[in-house]
Design a binder for this molecule. Structure first.
Ligand SMILES: [Zn+2]
Length: 108
């Protein structure tokens, strides 16, 4: 879960920098989104066993936040895909991109 927390932070930072012109700090919105995402990861009752969030019975992202995070994923996910362990996170957040099967674990 730690790795996911770091990945989501990297994604949000990238998105914020390119969209909100607020580097190196996050703008208020993105800071809140990051805090929210971390909290959700932290509180997910499934933790390591959890299914993708798309299939998760608990839709833990509030609708507004969900839209925000999806926009971030869509934008930053593609850009950071090659340099960050983002596949697992995209898998968790589902739907945007299906990772190749069997590639979501282990070091590259
Ligand atoms: Zn921002």
């Amino acid at each position: 879960m730690q790795r996911e927390a770091r990945t989501v932070e990297a994604l949000i930072r990238r998105y914020c920098r390119d969209h909100h012109n607020s580097a190196p700090e996050l703008c208020e919105d993105c800071r809140q989104l990051l805090a929210y995402a971390r909290k959700r990861l932290h509180h997910c009752p499934f933790q390591d066993r959890k299914p993708t969030c798309g299939k998760c019975p608990i839709h833990c992202y509030a609708p507004g936040k969900r839209e925000q995070i999806r926009a971030v994923m869509r934008y930053s996910g593609r850009r950071l895909l090659l340099s960050h362990p983002v596949l697992a996170l995209l898998h968790l957040l589902d739907g945007l991109r299906k990772p190749p099967s069997g590639k979501a674990s282990g070091p590259a």
